[in-house]
Design a binder for this molecule. Structure first.
Ligand SMILES: Nc1ncnc2c1ncn2[C@@H]1O[C@H](COP(=O)(O)OP(=O)(O)OP(=O)(O)O)[C@@H](O)[C@H]1O
Ligand SMILES: [Mg+2]
Length: 726
């Protein structure tokens, strides 16, 4: 295998195949690249069978990328397919799918998403007559998650609880776990906790996987939690060929139980471990790396390390100071459009601290017709119609999933009242039956005749769909579900703006299923695999096509790289966030997050902040983030661009010493053309239309246009690719 493109340390790491190996190195030094090459090397040079190799990544996106890269290095595609490259969660789904029955769960278990978890906790609180305002479900769920990540079960949590609320939470945890068990449902943390439980209870199962995974790799090891650590330790005990890579400066998941000690103590765990440091960064320009190193240098609890780059110089860092979040969004749009002559949209990413910050940027992009994709699939999947459809699919897969069944029992409306639902639930919980099974005994429960007939029909329909699911693709199954349940026809009859957009979303969902169908053959496991995939679309993952500017949280950007990175909202109180300001440890974690964000950039960094912004409905002013101040001024482009959205701006004017170029298709009032209500216009993407309304001033000026084909849209006058028609 050709390793000539790797440096000396990288080569050493690739060729050290036997025994424990730790690669500790800064961002962009090729850690992930070493992993992929090491896997290829094991197969090509050491004759290791592909099924003996395991690689664990932090996100599904990273897993997909690693698979692609390994495929490219290994000539035999079949071999590449046999290597397990996955996240902790999807690995555990596969293991549990085979053997979870040892723990009393059904092999067809469901996976709960955060919304489902929330409704479980709410129902427990209701049963216990507790107020959700006083006992916030989110707080309880994070308690439960903490316990699970530390592998503490309800009994243990109860026995070691101190004080009233701790005691109460541990009891809720017990209820929660019982409900999940009854529903044969698992939450994300269960996937790992139960796999460990399975391994401990059934040593022969553990041994099977130990023999199978003789070479184990873990990327981003600094962010493993206790449970994940234990899982890796169990699996690697027998052969001890364990290679972990990570960077303690990029540990950013403490809030989810990640334990930085796992990587720092690796040498204690494996005294015979070989340790390799990589010091050469291949990703970023010197300017970017100098900035990142300067920032992280302010953390006191770290070992300083050297990180150099071959890419000398580089463009200075640009900064934006806007007067509002809206102006910030528009200024980012302006930069994106400027840069789009040199880079493609997919070379750029906008990073923020919290998901809620995306809206202002999204608004600007929508109105400026800049394509973008959001990483954080939850948004799409938490829409009502998508949740309904998913619930149907989940019930078809696992009829004992009461959480999903309750959602669809009267959706679309079929005359099943709340009373009937409650009776089924109560009867089920007394007799340890799922609602689905309770229906079979509906006669004894005192459910009205008419409702019984309807419920029987519903069960028939679901049974039928289940049979079909064995020989249909997921897309075909989705069509059947929407048809048989009458879901689509109800929406079609409604024929409102809202119902139409719901139909569009369901169509959009089918692009997801189609993609899945293209990669997977029809089989008994197809639906299960699809639902597992969907459940694992975590907030790091995108569901949209691979084009457009990427919008995501800094957390989600870990491991990725882009030519141009925007970091927005660099204000005290936003980033670092208010919550951490007075806690030195948390502040250091926040600074590591800044380090992660900065080191995603290859060529150009653009850092922005707003003088004031709306937070929870209130206008707040924040001063410049300390992280921005920690960047040496000589690395920053002298002209801090001040944007005042109240004063109309001429985008051709010189500001901050720079001239803004515009793409020639943009003909706006600023370039001499005046638009007025009633004007006929042609839009590059949407075609012909008529202006129906004009609002705002300067950069914020908005045009409402009714397009012949696309209907009404609201666009930013200065950015919309519009031409006036005679
Ligand atoms: N020896 C090399 N020669 C050329 N390019 C390299 C070399 N090593 C790594 N690279 C490139 O440098 C970039 C960063 O590599 P990689 O993503 O593996 O770094 P990393 O250490 O995993 O970063 P992070 O800490 O951000 O996860 C990639 O584009 C990779 O292809
Ligand atoms: Mg990496």
């Amino acid at each position: 295998m050709d390793l000539s493109l790797m440096n000396k340390e990288q080569k050493e790491a690739i060729q050290h195949t036997e025994g424990p190996l730790l690669i500790m190195a800064g961002a962009g030094s090729g850690k992930t690249r070493v992993l992929t090459h090491r896997i290829a090397y094991l197969l090509a040079e050491k004759g290791v069978p592909p099924y003996n190799v395991l690689a664990i990544t932090f996100t599904n996106k990273a897993a997909r990328e690693m698979k692609d890269r390994v495929h490219a290095l290994i000539p035999n595609a079949d071999d590449a397919h046999k290597i397990w490259i996955s996240t902790f969660h999807s690995m555990c789904v596969r293991i549990l799918r085979r053997d979870i029955s040892h723990l009393g769960y059904e092999n067809s278990f469901s996976i709960l998403d955060p919304t489902d978890q929330n409704s479980v906790v709410k129902s427990i609180l209701k049963n216990r007559n507790l107020d959700t305002k006083q006992h916030h479900p989110r707080k309880i769920l994070s308690y439960i998650s903490d316990k699970k990540n530390q592998l503490i079960d309800p009994a243990e949590a109860m026995s070691e609880s101190v004080g009233f609320s701790d005691g109460l939470y541990s009891e809720i945890y017990k209820d929660y776990q019982e409900i999940l068990y009854r529903n044969s449902s698992l939450d994300f943390d269960d996937l790992i906790m139960l796999t460990i439980e399975l391994f401990k209870k059934e040593p022969q199962v553990l041994e099977y996987y130990q023999n199978r995974f003789q070479y184990i790799h873990v990327d981003e090891y600094q962010d493993t939690n206790q449970a994940q650590y234990e899982l890796v330790s169990l699996l690697s005990q027998k052969y001890r060929n364990i290679c972990v890579v990570g960077d303690s400066d990029q540990s950013i998941y403490k809030f989810r139980g990640a334990n930085i000690e796992n990587i720092l103590n690796f040498e204690d765990d494996y005294p015979d471990a070989k340790v390799i440091f990589l010091e050469q960064n291949y990703r970023s320009t010197k300017t970017i790396l100098d900035a990142a190193n300067a920032v992280i240098g302010n953390n006191t609890s770290r070992k300083p390390k050297d990180l150099r780059t071959v890419r000398q110089g580089g463009k200075k860092i640009k900064t934006i100071l806007a007067d509002s979040e809206r102006a910030e969004g528009q200024e980012i749009l302006r930069h994106v459009m400027d840069l789009s002559s040199k880079y493609s949209y997919s070379d750029m990413a906008v990073l923020y601290r919290a998901n809620s910050q995306s809206r202002a940027v999204e608004d600007a992009f929508v109105k400026g017709s800049v394509p973008y994709k959001m990483i954080g699939g939850m948004k799409f999947y938490s829409r009502m119609e998508i949740k309904d459809l998913m619930s149907y699919l989940k019930v078809i897969q696992n009829p004992h999933d009461d959480i999903s069944f309750e959602r669809i029992i009267n959706t679309p409306k079929r005359g099943i009242g709340l009373k009937t639902v409650e009776k089924l639930l109560n009867y089920g919980s007394v007799n340890e039956l799922s609602m689905y099974d309770a229906i079979k005994e509906a006669d004894f429960i005192g459910i009205p005749k008419g409702a019984i007939v309807t419920l029987m029909k519903l069960e028939d329909m679901i049974e039928n769909l289940r049979k079909k699911s064995k020989f249909l693709s997921v897309t075909e199954l989705v069509d059947e579900v929407l048809e048989d349940t009458g879901y689509i026809s109800v929406l079609e009859k409604e024929d409102t703006l809202e119902s139409r957009s719901r139909i569009e979303n369901l169509e959009e969902f089918k692009t997801v299923t189609r993609e899945f169908d293209n990669d997977n053959d029809v089989s008994d496991e197809l639906l299960f695999n699809f639902l597992s995939d969907m459940a694992l679309v975590s907030d790091q993952d995108s569901v949209e096509a691979d084009s457009g500017v990427t919008l995501m949280t800094m957390h989600a950007s870990k491991g990725l790289e882009f030519k141009v990175i925007f970091v927005v909202g660099l204000e005290e109180g936003i980033f670092p966030s208010q919550r951490v300001m007075f806690d030195e440890d948390e502040l250091e974690e926040e600074r590591r997050l800044m380090y992660v964000a900065l080191t995603r950039a290859e060529d150009q960094l653009i850092l922005s902040r707003a003088d004031s912004r709306m937070i929870y409905g209130k206008i707040e002013s924040n001063v410049e983030s300390r992280f921005l101040k920690e960047i040496p001024t000589e690395l920053i482009d002298g002209g801090v661009v001040e944007i005042d959205s109240k004063k109309a701006q001429n985008p051709f004017a010189k500001r901050g010493g720079r001239t803004h170029r515009r793409t020639p298709t943009v003909l706006t009032d600023n370039s001499g053309v005046t638009f007025k209500v009633g004007d006929k216009v042609a839009h590059k993407k949407f075609g012909d239309g008529i202006i129906s309304n004009i609002k705002g001033e300067g950069d914020s000026k908005e045009l409402d246009i009714i397009f012949t084909k696309e209907g009404p849209k609201r666009l930013l006058a200065n950015f919309a690719p519009l031409e006036k028609k005679e």
